[in-house]
Design a protein around this ligand. Structure first.
Ligand code: AMP
Length: 399
């Protein structure tokens, strides 16, 4: 089967066309600046060069139309006819408490996703536009919704409730949901396969460290805790997001800096994290790594705070699961930076973890970076959210 995986943001659309048998990416790309001047499609067919096409994309339907045209283009396309696309998998950011797994899209599902828009006002409406656009241009093709939050729905009440009046949970569903669920599920399952052990017998901690970053605890194949909350702002110190804070800081900053709540939220989402901590040096860990090596105090401060926070949350999850068999690193930083992995693992001596520094120099492949005598295995498992979405899509449409 050929599955088109769509990930719609408010002004962007990422896609991959995946052959479900070989699991190869036949074509992939990105539409940028949808609804804004200067929109363009960047399209890469398998084995080919990037092709950039600048053209007005007033809305997502036009963006999907351009993607489909590129896929069937006689010169650079990868399929002859749109009928070769057997199914579409859509990444949906928030499934609230309604969706505990991926699901075939019908009108009831669309309505339920709409009802969750309150919880992800920037993302769910864009995801829905993506679904509607595909329905319009590919009528009759089965579509599947894959939720970022679904994998975390197995968290127990004590992990997902905030210490707030319970009526807020009852009235507004204010609770911890967690994100990056597709990645946490993919990586934890694949780690079990890699170790040759049964998923249901393992305690696994996944550190998804990218521009957005989160940690999850997966016990016997089920997520029991994760570091993001009602929104993706909670938890780790991230590229530009603050992560956990004393909530009273909001009031304090508001008074000192004469900022309203919207302005403070912009600071917490866009001007904080390692970017803010490094005095605006960079949110990119390649720059911070270079700065750290040069003893730049801004880089050292940000890097150390980032790694300490990861280690602290991992420690909490070891306690939550009463042990851990494997700690996995994934996403942009987790897969590529042996430097960051090494700094984080310095905190894991109490777990009997020793890092094989030679093995840790490699990047971007499944590998063990702990020494054979290490009590807890430390792994690098590259994530592949698009493949996970394609697999779920195939499973549901062929059921
Ligand atoms: P992601 O959000 O998963 O795409 O991750 C993006 C982030 O990964 C970038 O902002 C960088 O901080 C980080 N990154 C990518 N490549 C490297 C690398 N070779 N070394 C360190 N960090 C990297």
């Amino acid at each position: 089967m050929k599955v088109l995986v769509i990930n719609c943001g408010s002004s962007s659309l990422k896609f991959q066309l995946i052959d479900s048998v070989s699991e190869e990416v036949i074509a992939k790309g990105l539409c940028e600046r949808i609804g804004i001047d200067g929109s363009q499609l960047v399209y890469t067919p398998q084995g080919g060069d990037k092709i950039k096409t600048q053209a007005p994309m007033p809305d997502h339907t036009e963006a999907v139309r351009m993607v489909l045209d590129a896929l069937v283009n006689p010169k650079t396309g990868v399929i002859k006819d749109l009928s070769e696309i057997d199914a579409v998998g859509h990444r949906i950011v928030h499934g609230g408490e309604k969706f505990t797994a991926s699901t075939l899209i019908n009108e009831d599902v669309i309505k339920a996703i709409e009802e969750c828009s309150d919880l992800a006002p920037l993302h769910n409406p864009a995801n829905l536009i993506g679904i509607r656009s595909c329905q319009k241009l590919m009528p009759g093709v089965p579509m599947v919704a894959v939720f970022d939050t679904a994998f975390h729905q197995t968290m127990p009440e004590e992990a997902y409730l905030y210490g707030l009046p319970y009526s807020y949970y009852e009235k507004y569903k204010i609770r911890r949901y967690g994100f990056h669920g597709t990645s946490h599920a993919f990586v934890s399952k694949h780690a079990a396969e890699y170790l040759g052990k049964k998923y249901e017998d393992l305690k696994i901690i996944v550190c998804h460290l990218g521009n957005g970053a989160s940690v999850s605890a997966v016990k016997n194949g089920k997520c029991v805790d994760t570091s993001m909350g009602l929104t993706p702002l909670e938890g780790l110190i991230m590229g530009t997001r603050s992560g956990d804070l004393d909530p009273a800081i909001l009031d304090f900053i508001g008074k000192k800096e004469h900022k309203n709540l919207d302005e403070i939220m912009t600071v917490l989402n866009k001007e904080s994290g390692v970017y803010g901590l490094s005095n605006n040096l960079s949110s990119d860990f390649r720059d911070l790594e270079d700065g750290y090596v040069d003893h730049n105090p801004n880089a050292v401060r940000a890097m150390n705070a980032f790694c300490y926070r990861v280690a602290k949350i991992v420690g909490g999850y070891v306690a939550a699961m009463n042990g851990v068999d494997a700690i996995c690193f994934t996403a942009g930083i987790g897969e590529n930076s042996g430097f960051v992995r090494s700094l984080i693992c310095e905190h894991f001596g109490y777990l009997g973890v020793t890092i094989d520094e030679e093995a840790n120099k490699k990047r971007g492949e499944d590998m063990t970076i702990s020494t054979p005598d290490s009590k807890v295995k430390v792994l690098v498992i590259p994530t592949n959210e698009e493949l996970a979405i394609a697999r779920d899509t195939v499973a549901l449409v062929t059921k």
